[in-house]
Design a protein around this ligand. Structure first.
Ligand SMILES: [Zn+2]
Length: 358
């Protein structure tokens, strides 16, 4: 039980639920790819246009995905049959689609792109954070710029993709578990929230954005809830939709769904989303716990604080207000890409911390 409580504490570190802006790292990592650099602009269209145009194909795809998920994803909670898309489309396509995917039907799906830091277009209309994100996600992400794009407007694929890579943190996975507040909690079949801390409003998204896939069997035996997370399933859902959207000529939604899937893959490249206690091997974990049981809890407390601090740093280094570097950009590539402003230096404190403003 004590091992469980240690793991729980670590996965509940207040800053562990997201690591801020995925868009910046996506722009930097993808901007030189010829397939994106040379791609023609895509035409913005509302989700409903894609859904009504491709409805029968989407019904087939989601059914196939459900069959595959039941067979291949560990601890997958089957989708209740009443959430399946109806054979004949209703007059509330968006709601039916979002509930069939089992994501939060209150998300705004705003038509926006994020600019790279320093490349904002002040003459364009901007949306406020609360027009883009659901309430619970506002506090960590409310410093970003959102440029509104219009129906039929032509936009660069990279801007759509990089902007969409941040979007699953805007509320897609908030309050989906049976013990969460809200209308869908009792309907989605995910069961009680396996980990997370109710003190933090956006913590309920954690099991869709974190995955502990490479732990010792001892850890899973002691803390089985660590296996109840599905970021890989989310990526699978969105990648399938992206394929369908591209194949049917809805490239805007192709890039947007691709960005959603990319988000979950990027999350798993973050050690603080992929390990309950990064850098602590099982024997050390057990030793820490043994010492704590014997009354010497300093080491355990220090480990917890180290995780929380490192997570905080990893998030804050990717903020636009700081140095433009994050997720898929290695430390070396970061230093090549980023002109280092005065007062900034590269640090080697953690595998993930790249540039920190001092
Ligand atoms: Zn995330």
């Amino acid at each position: 039980m004590k091992l469980i409580s240690l793991l729980l504490l670590c996965t509940m570190a207040p800053t562990a639920w997201g690591w801020s802006n995925h868009t910046v790292g996506s722009y930097l990592a993808l901007q030189d790819l010829p397939a994106l650099r040379d791609a023609s602009p895509v035409e913005v269209e509302p989700l409903e246009r894609f859904l009504s145009d491709q409805y029968p194909a989407i019904v087939v795809l989601l059914d196939e995905q459900e069959r595959f998920a039941r067979e291949h994803f560990k601890q997958y909670p089957p989708r209740p049959d009443n959430l399946k898309l109806p054979a004949v489309p209703s007059d509330n396509l968006r709601h039916d689609f979002l509930t069939a995917l089992r994501i939060n039907p209150q998300i705004h799906l705003a038509m926006v792109i994020q600019p790279l830091p320093g490349k904002d277009l002040p003459e364009r209309e901007h949306l406020q954070a609360d027009q883009v994100m659901v309430e619970q996600t506002l506090s960590p992400w409310n410093r970003q710029r959102f440029i509104r794009v219009a129906d039929h407007e032509k936009v660069a694929p990279l801007a759509v993709l990089a902007s969409a890579a941040d979007e699953p943190d805007y509320g897609h996975d908030i309050n989906l578990f049976s013990d969460n507040p809200g209308d869908v909690a009792a309907l989605y079949g995910f069961g009680p929230q396996p980990f997370g801390d109710a003190r933090f409003q956006y913590s309920s998204q954690a099991p869709f954005h974190m995955g502990f896939f490479h732990e010792s069997p001892v850890v899973y035996a002691a803390a089985g809830f660590l296996e109840r997370s599905w970021p890989d399933w989310r990526a699978y859902q969105y990648m399938g939709l992206a394929r369908l959207a591209f194949a049917s000529g809805h490239s805007y939604w192709g890039y947007r769904f691709l960005g959603w899937g990319l988000h979950h893959v990027q999350d798993l490249t973050q050690p603080y989303h992929a390990k309950p206690l990064p850098g602590v091997e099982l024997p050390s974990l057990l030793l820490l716990e043994g010492k704590a049981l014997a009354g010497f809890a300093e080491g355990k407390q220090a480990s917890i604080e180290r995780v929380a601090t490192a997570t905080w740093k990893s998030r804050n280094t990717s903020r636009p207000g700081c140095v433009a570097c994050c997720a898929p950009v290695s430390r070396i590539r970061c230093s090549m890409l980023t002109p280092m402003p005065p007062g900034t230096r590269i640090t080697r404190r953690t595998p993930w911390t790249t540039c920190v403003k001092w």
